[in-house]
Design a protein around this ligand. Structure first.
Ligand code: NAD
Ligand code: IPM
Ligand code: MN
Length: 353
């Protein structure tokens, strides 16, 4: 039986509540398809930071670099500044393992109504977010703290190689989907980096994909008014971050949104995690929506070479949402994380077994 080694990082808050849901579903999928997942679990988190002074050990990345994939819950907790927790764990994983594509599919799920008057029935899009450079740069800092000259500076870094590879990924994906690509930009005179981004998008365009660019502000409005018009959206790190929460909310909620941080060349492990964070406001109450984590786990199965198993997992949670009233409170229901997960697992178990 094929075994995949997975590094499990539950992290903070509801991260530790939704990951068990993901592994329960993965276990059921493995039984159907004849593979097993062997987990190494790491307690890297804000709790660890408060105890030991670091989010992860000094050789943390070395310890997980040979795993087949990383499954992560969420990082960040009140009491530890976000820039400390995120630069201490999440961002180094994305960068060191060259996970330069952050793939975030957004699909309307039957039984999950969107919040808008706009019809959202046909929304099926993917945000391809640049994940290792751009606005999330280490260049800059805070100067003159406490003085009248106090300031904060951060330089965006866009490299030709970095933009080209993510844009190529997005064009490839669009060619395999409906052949429509939208590039999120802000080239109207203010920002130096975006005309550079636009030039590279234009250079990498290919036959068979209809593409256009939209200013980020107008694009945000169009995503609300006509989300069904979009297929693949390629965006810089910060623009992609914002657009993926926006599009997920339009489609029904950020609790259901998945993400894959991909190293397409497979030099390093890729990382799968829900789009949402640690949700301190509901953590500990047992009602976190596990769909984002379960869907992320399905994307991990695709990546590990089990796309049929991934499809079955997606079909299973979709069937629960479409065919029953069992759902967590964020979707208007009363189910707990565990109750919803059991329904999904049941649909993956062999009849009578
Ligand atoms: P958040 O995603 O944690 O929460 C935003 C809102 O959505 C909250 O009201 C929360 O209850 C709700 N929500 C989120 N996920 C849910 C789920 N699965 N089910 C039901 N409701 C859900 O965002 P935030 O409040 O901006 O951030 C909280 C912490 O998480 C911060 O420390 C932040 O830096 C961190 N964060 C981490 C990641 C990550 O690890 N990838 C992503 C986003 C935020
Ligand atoms: C996400 C998160 C992170 C990001 C934060 C927590 C650094 O919002 O994964 O979308 O901006 O990348
Ligand atoms: Mn985000």
């Amino acid at each position: 039986m094929r075994t995949h080694r997975i590094a499990l990082i539950p992290g903070d808050g509801i991260g530790a509540e939704v990951l068990p849901a993901a592994t329960a579903v993965l276990h059921a999928a493995g039984r159907r398809h004849g593979f097993t997942l062997a987990y190494d679990s790491f307690d890297w988190s804000c709790e660890r930071y408060l105890r030991e002074g670091a989010m992860m050990p000094a050789d943390g990345l070395e310890r997980i670099r040979h795993h087949d994939a990383i499954l992560l819950g969420a990082v960040g907790w009140p009491g530890v500044p976000d820039h400390v927790s995120l630069w201490g764990l999440l961002i180094p994983i994305r960068r060191t393992f060259r996970q330069y594509v952050n793939l975030r599919p957004i699909t309307v799920l039957d039984g999950v109504p969107g919040p808008l008057r706009t019809a959202t029935a046909d929304v099926d899009l993917v945000v391809v977010r640049e994940n290792v450079e751009g606005e999330y740069s280490e260049i800059g800092g805070r100067l003159n703290r406490g003085f009248p000259e106090e300031m904060a500076v951060q330089e965006s870094v866009f490299t030709r190689a970095g933009v080209t590879r993510v844009v190529d990924y997005a064009f490839d994906l669009a060619a395999r989907r409906r052949g429509v690509l939208t590039s999120a930009t802000k080239s109207n005179g203010i920002i130096h980096t975006m005309p550079f981004w636009d030039e590279i998008v234009a250079e990498r365009a290919r036959l068979g994909v209809t593409w256009s660019q939209e200013h980020i502000d107008a694009l945000a409005a169009k995503l609300v008014l006509h989300p069904e018009r979009f297929d693949v959206i390629v965006a810089s790190n910060l623009f992609g971050d914002i657009l993926s929460d926006l599009a997920a909310a339009v489609a029904g909620g950020i609790g259901v949104a998945p993400a894959a941080n991909l190293n397409p060349e497979r030099e390093f492990p890729s990382m799968f995690e829900p789009v949402h964070g640690s949700a301190p406001d509901i953590a500990g109450t047992g009602v976190a929506n596990p769909v984002g984590a379960i869907w992320s786990a399905a994307m991990m199965l695709d990546h590990l070479g089990h796309p049929e198993a991934g499809d079955e997992v997606r079909a299973a949670f979709r069937a629960v949402l479409a065919g029953t009233a069992i759902r967590t409170p964020d979707l208007g229901g009363r189910a707990t994380t565990g109750e919803f997960t059991r329904e999904v697992v049941q649909r993956l178990e062999p009849a009578g077994g």
